[in-house]
Design a protein. Structure first.
Length: 95
């Protein structure tokens, strides 16, 4: 289902892009690697922040065969190129 949130500029909310099996797999793949998010500090080095307390993991393209089909689906829905090193970031899981 697609909900139109705004006409100009066009903003859409797209529901049910991932199924329950894909969501469960994302969480399973990410869980062992979830680490506290870091921010770039004054010396351009990434450090932990007392304010930003979320945990994240990036699922790299090709890391999991079930999740490999998600970028292609996003491309079909949006028309955007989301695969390849210069196109988009990897899938991010955050808590």
């Amino acid at each position: 289902m697609v909900e139109v949130l705004n006409i100009d500029p066009p903003i859409y909310q797209i529901y049910d892009v991932l199924n329950d099996m894909e969501i469960d797999r994302m969480l399973e793949v990410a869980a062992p690697f979830m680490t506290r998010a870091r921010v770039k500090g004054d010396s351009e080095v990434f450090v932990q922040s007392a304010i930003r307390t979320s945990a994240t993991h990036w699922i790299v393209e090709g890391e999991d065969s079930l999740l490999a089909r998600i970028p292609a689906r996003i491309e079909m829905i949006t028309g955007l190129d989301v695969r390849g090193i210069d196109s988009a970031e990897d899938l991010q899981i955050s808590s």
